[in-house]
Write a protein that binds this ligand. Structure first.
Ligand SMILES: [Zn+2]
Length: 377
């Protein structure tokens, strides 16, 4: 979960929500309309895809029905967030969901910072991670509370390269377990409201003032948090790292590129940050397109959609579908588009089909080795 997780959807997209569902076609291997080099909008539901960043709680029957109708396998990520159910419950529910939808659901575990000051904390977290792994976890999430919430006894903020986290990250590196890192926030979080680039960030930080760093100059800077993360990554060159939310460098694809160049073991996901690529595409579409093509092996599609524990209404499910479809529209077509997040118009990027397949599926499969028994419908 993060800034900008949910966006309002224009009515037209909701109307499109009933479109294109072809149960016979699968895995991008069946007939694809139009030019084989590119996907079309109507290929959405018949193309096998992975959303590598969702947060699903509860039985989520309606969510899973829509995900399967839209041909999305999912990675649901547990988070040590006060907005989410208790960690033990998140873990139980993720295990249950994976068992109920074999081949469709994978999950990433996380760990609690309770007792961080106590000497046995790191060892207990390592044991917890091994137990989660035995239950099927394919990765471990470290959240923005490291760097922005958790404090040491002297009042200073605990940073990602803290020595007490070190044994945990060393264990992940040794065991080849993926670390999903959400450190810091969009740069907008450190900017005054009138300088924020997208409306969803403005709304998120209005609703979560405790994370609005512009109002908390006493707290760590964006640079300081990411510098600590990068020191940690340099100390663990074999650590398989998924820098979620475009590694919190979303405002400029050149910065994301520099991060990927500096850390060859890292990938990034697009979760809740595609809007920042849309914003940049309004000004310089070629730059954004070149970035996605150049780093096509290192970028994972993710939405950051949250669901549950209560089931959603039909209208909310329609929004879920149209959010997914709209992302596909931006990445696969060259249609003119508008975002509720900013005034400028932009066009879809019309990425080649081979690039889409990697971003939407192959890179996540290669990273997580999950979804082993994905049964054809
Ligand atoms: Zn998230």
């Amino acid at each position: 979960m993060s800034a900008g997780a949910t966006r309002p959807v224009p009515l037209l997209l909701l109307l499109a929500a009933t479109a294109v569902h072809c149960a016979a076609a699968r895995a991008g291997s069946a007939a694809v309309s139009g030019n084989a080099e590119w996907y079309q909008l109507e290929d959405f539901a018949r193309t096998d895809k992975i959303d590598a960043h969702v947060h699903v709680h509860g039985p989520a029957a309606r969510f899973m029905a829509q995900a399967m109708a839209d041909n999305f396998r999912i990675l649901t990520i547990n988070v040590d967030s006060p907005d989410f159910p208790p960690l033990a419950e998140q873990q139980r529910e993720a295990v249950a969901l994976r068992a109920q939808y074999p081949g469709w659901v994978a999950f990433a575990a996380t760990f609690s910072t309770d007792g961080f000051q106590s000497p046995g904390w790191s060892a207990a977290v390592v044991r917890h991670i091994d137990a989660a792994r035995a239950q099927g976890a394919v990765g471990v999430k470290v959240w923005k509370n490291i760097g922005m919430v958790l404090r040491d006894t002297d009042g200073s903020y605990v940073m990602p390269d803290d020595p007490r986290l070190e044994p945990v990250f060393a264990h992940l590196e040794r065991e080849h377990i993926v670390l999903l890192g959400h450190q810091a926030e969009p740069l907008n979080c450190w900017l005054p409201p009138q300088k924020m680039t997208v409306r969803s960030d403005l709304e998120y930080f209005r609703g979560h003032p405790q994370y609005y760093m512009y109002e908390h100059p006493e707290m760590p800077t964006h640079d300081a948090i990411l510098a600590a993360r990068d020191r940690m990554l340099r100390a663990h060159p074999q650590l398989r790292f998924d820098g979620v939310h475009l590694a919190s460098l979303e405002w400029d694809v050149a910065r994301v590129a520099a991060f990927l160049d500096a850390f060859p073991q890292a990938v990034v996901d697009l979760a809740a940050r595609l809007v920042h690529l849309e914003y940049q595409a309004a000004g310089d579409p070629d730059k954004v397109r070149r970035f996605l093509i150049r780093y096509q092996d290192r970028i994972l599609y993710g939405s950051d959609l949250g669901y549950g524990p209560a089931e959603s209404s039909a209208a909310e499910i329609a929004t879920l579908h149209s959010d997914w479809l709209n992302d596909w529209r931006f990445l696969t077509t060259s249609e003119p588009m508008h975002s509720p997040d900013f005034p400028a118009a932009f066009h879809g990027l019309r990425l080649p089909r081979a690039v889409i397949d990697k971003i939407y599926r192959d890179n996540a499969e290669a990273l997580f080795h999950a979804w082993p028994a994905h049964a054809p419908r």
